[in-house]
Design a protein around this ligand. Structure first.
Ligand code: CAA
Length: 258
């Protein structure tokens, strides 16, 4: 597959997708979001991949939906094509973990992309915001919902209503990102974490992601019941036998992802 707007690479069991329209701060146009969807699907289907990293080339992770592409659209256009949902939501159905390595601006749809990933690590120079209000619209890729669940109502309202940008330190403090690194260490550190995840048994990694995401979709009692069933199910895997035997034998586990 030849891509025009992303770079796709692998390192061991980690797949890396780099958004690559640096001249437009990786603004998310139709081509770019479609290509990300295609690359995610391919990594999800590839048994040799255990974790995915999404990052951006240049000084932005992504500065949001492509305003130049979006500006002339009418209500009929966006409703008929189901703008956003149609190509953007591949991230939300990817079963393997996706880590956002936020290297710079993550604004509008860029911030929403980071929120769709399973966790986010940021460069100390990264900036986050939902500035759609300044364009006469509102977040349209889940920002009002995922940001609110991630950081709570007061902070989400502040960001969404004022459109103000926050820096990486504030993003860490409010729980929008899990880790912050000096900009020149971000990729190496993210790859280390991704390789660590990819080294664990894939079935337990998929189950961990699925169960954790359930927390956003259901009641506590149902979520705990769902978790318990997946936990029980993992006792039917070779990796559970290997992981626990390795602990008892005081040796490193050799997971086979079965
Ligand atoms: N769409 C299209 N082009 C964009 C873009 C975007 N979201 N963001 C930046 N660019 C382009 C600029 O137009 C500029 O192109 P030209 O050189 O051809 O003029 C190039 O990228 C560099 O940008 P700037 O010159 O503006 O760079 P800067 O360093 O001065 O400013 C910035 C950086 C503050 C991020 C500024 O570019 C900016 O405010 N960008 C728009 C951010 C935004 O509003 N995002 C929300 C989009 S709406 C959305 O995402 C909806 C949704 O929920 C899905």
């Amino acid at each position: 597959m030849t891509y025009e707007t992303i770079i796709v690479a692998t390192e061991g069991r980690v797949g890396v997708i780099t958004m690559n329209r640096p001249e437009a701060l990786n603004a998310l146009n139709h081509r770019l979001t479609s290509e990300i969807g295609t690359a995610l699907k391919a990594f999800d289907a590839d048994e040799a991949i255990g974790c995915i990293v999404l990052t951006g080339a240049g000084k932005a992770f992504a500065a949001g939906a492509d305003i130049k592409e979006m500006a002339p659209k009418s209500f009929a256009d966006v409703y008929a094509e189901d703008f956003i949902t149609a190509t953007w939501e591949a991230l939300t159905v990817t079963r393997k973990p996706v880590i956002a390595a936020v290297n710079g601006f993550a604004l509008g749809g860029g911030c929403e992309f980071a929120l769709m990933c399973d966790t986010a690590f940021a460069a100390d120079t990264a900036k986050f915001g939902q500035p759609e209000i300044k364009l006469g619209v509102i977040p349209g890729a889940g920002g009002t919902q995922r940001l609110t669940r991630a950081v709570g109502k007061a902070v989400a309202m502040d960001m969404i209503l004022t459109g103000r940008m926050i820096d990486a330190a504030e993003a860490l403090r409010i729980g929008l990102v899990a880790r912050v690194y000096p900009a020149d260490e971000l990729m190496a550190e993210t790859m280390k974490a991704a390789a660590q995840i990819a080294g664990y048994g894939l079935l337990s990694v998929l189950a961990a992601k699925e169960a954790t995401n359930r927390a956003f979709e259901t009641t506590l009692a149902e979520g705990v019941r769902f978790e318990r069933r997946l936990f029980h199910g993992l006792f039917g895997t070779a990796d559970q036998k290997e992981g626990m035997a390795a602990f008892v034998d005081k040796r490193a586990a050799g997971f086979t992802h079965r």
